[in-house]
Design a protein around this ligand. Sequence first.
Ligand SMILES: Cc1cc2nc3c(=O)[nH]c(=O)nc-3n(C[C@H](O)[C@H](O)[C@H](O)COP(=O)(O)OP(=O)(O)OC[C@H]3O[C@@H](n4cnc5c(N)ncnc54)[C@H](O)[C@@H]3O)c2cc1C
Length: 451
Amino acid sequence: MSLPTIIIGAGVGGLTTGALLAHDSHDVIVLEKSTKLGGRTASMKFKNHILDNGFHIMPFYKKSAIFTILKNLGIESRLKLAKVDDIAFYATTGFHIYPKGMVDLLRLSLIPFKSRIRLLKLLLPLAFSSIEKTELWDDIPLTKITHDLDADTNAFFEAVCMLAFADTADHISLGEFARTIIRANPFKGGTSEFAYPDGGGYDSICHVLGDFILEHNGILKTKQSVKKIIIKDSKVTGVVVIDSLNAKKIIPTNSVVVSYPAYTALNQLFEKNIINLKFIEKINKLNKTTSVVEVHFALNSQIDTRQVVFPVGKDYVTKGIFFISNITPSVSPAGEHLIIAGTPVSSDDTEDSRKVQNIVTKMKEEISSIYPKFNSALLWERPMAWKLVESVVKEPGKVWKSKMPHQIPGIEGLFFVGDSTISYGIGTDSAAHSSILCHPKIKSFLNSLIK
Ligand SMILES: Cc1cc2nc3c(=O)[nH]c(=O)nc-3n(C[C@H](O)[C@H](O)[C@H](O)COP(=O)(O)OP(=O)(O)OC[C@H]3O[C@@H](n4cnc5c(N)ncnc54)[C@H](O)[C@@H]3O)c2cc1C
């Protein structure tokens, strides 16, 4: 007999898997420990603005794994998307175009013409390779192909990496970079466009998925912290939950999908000796995340009409300025404008409030040097320091198939999804891709219980 599948975590990974199972008419119960849906993509209201948990943007627009899932569920029209394609570099020489495809590289005024040709020669073979071939490059750092480039071209790579991976080139695997180029290459029918929910709030994606689950008789519960997964004779038999009233209860089930970073979950959710220690040690090594300081600024006038600007060059602390109100005005009340500026930092820096404040001060100086009206337009600022930006890019050797597998051999009814598990792509795209890959395995297990 098949009992409802318990999904632990209502982020993009948990909700995409939940929606796919609900679509198959399987019973699902999503348990989320916080008060809201979205996980790392949760949003909040602050002074009548919709603020995301740091800057969030959807890679690959309608070619993304998220959009593919919404389409398969027949609900893609519920997520109105605003395109993010007005992107520019800013250098001491002024604003320069951001290349959306290979042809644009020839117009890349940021770097000398000779460097553009070199760049094209470097990127074209990547763009025309296959996803299978990129797997051979998963252990190689991106800097292996960029280290002898001139400083201008390297600065270009750093800026592109900031947009696509929220990290610097030396942390990025050549394989993952190549897969991104292949998927974003207009020559191959992909799209280099990014997207953001037009109604504002990146968590709209999770709300669309959550509504779908409820409409298909699924259950979504917040303020439910799963403490243990009960395994007997190598089979899942239930979960132990602490509910909103702090009461402990056991929910019987034969199938559990864990959807938060596996290196944390494996250390929290199991009795000793259930999971092989060597396996846990291997997965713990995946715990390599990016840290960022990001600051929301509300302004009383529009200082630029562009959507994203990358200050380029070592001297800039600010690596990206994201004009959220220019992507969709619905994030801000009438007459006000929201921007967010960000920079990668070391994880220790995120805990040092003095360092965070210094970064904010430097960012404000830099933004006002680019936009002289910034200081007089500034209404308020709200800094945030994030440790767990994503468990996707990590570092060479810890991407794609080297991530946490969706199942642990020898344990029946236990599945893992989310951005720490086998999948490629960036952030939310990888969380959704993991669901696409894992869904047939869960389905086949549930069907085997019915027979
Ligand atoms: C500042 C920042 C900027 C980012 N920018 C981008 C971007 O621009 N583009 C992009 O694609 N990605 C971006 N990301 C990454 C993206 O947010 C994540 O890759 C994605 O949201 C991961 O989804 P997930 O479902 O795997 O995990 P999560 O979103 O972490 O979801 C896990 C959920 O599980 C819940 N949970 C944990 N433990 C338990 C428990 N014991 N019981 C019950 N519930 C539990 C958590 O509360 C959480 O809601 C960014 C992340 C951050 C932090």
